[in-house]
Design a protein around this ligand. Structure first.
Ligand code: COA
Length: 157
């Protein structure tokens, strides 16, 4: 199914909030999700399906030459079709173009789908933050992808 990735706008907030709340036990507040639209260091993207419905979003920050994946989620009914990968590649490649040399993120130790995505794109675990998450309490794995380790998309795969 053809999909489009574009910059998020205020009109996307209801869909972003619904996906956030369907995806996380401790979702970001509506205010925090909205504030990212005005965050000067953020790039906020949505992925929309054929009929224009928002299926997911990604929010990345660039501070000096360091990138951070702040948030990413795909609607539960749309997972496993390559959309998360498409979104994250778009966001990371935009930051690399803007001078990012290294990306960081935090992920729950038990979140195998997300870690699978991150490793596929070139991230590796660099540290553990003990009891970082609540509901349930769980360690965070800090992952890093240096620009030279990024796995560019290859049609031959
Ligand atoms: C993580 C998430 C964004 C992935 O999005 P997605 O669209 O389902 O993932 P994709 O279909 O693009 O998969 C890309 C790669 O991720 C990995 N992956 C995806 N689902 C996986 C699963 N269930 N188990 C293991 N690896 C998985 C694979 O490496 C996959 O590549 P492949 O298809 O070549 O094997 C999605 O699962 C999600 O929204 N989860 C809830 C929110 C969340 O956990 N966000 C991350 C917080 S740190």
């Amino acid at each position: 199914m053809p999909v489009t990735v574009r910059q998020a706008g205020r009109e996307d907030l209801p869909a972003i909030i619904a996906i956030e709340e369907a995806s996380f036990s401790v979702p970001w507040s509506h205010q925090s999700l909205a504030a990212e639209l005005d965050n000067p260091v953020a790039k906020y993207y949505v992925l929309e399906g054929e009929t224009g419905q928002v299926l997911g979003y990604a929010d990345v920050w660039l501070i000096a030459d360091e990138g951070q994946l702040a948030n990413i989620a795909i609607h539960p009914s749309a997972r496993g079709h390559g959309y998360g990968e498409t979104l994250l590649r778009t966001a990371m490649e935009a930051l690399f173009q803007d001078g990012c040399t290294s990306m960081f993120l935090e992920v729950r130790q038990s979140n195998a789908p997300a870690q699978g995505l991150y490793r596929k794109l070139g991230y590796e675990g660099v540290a553990v933050r003990k009891d970082y998450y609540s509901q349930p309490v769980e360690d965070a794995c800090i992952m890093q992808c240096q620009k030279e380790n990024y796995q560019w998309f290859s049609h031959s795969r």
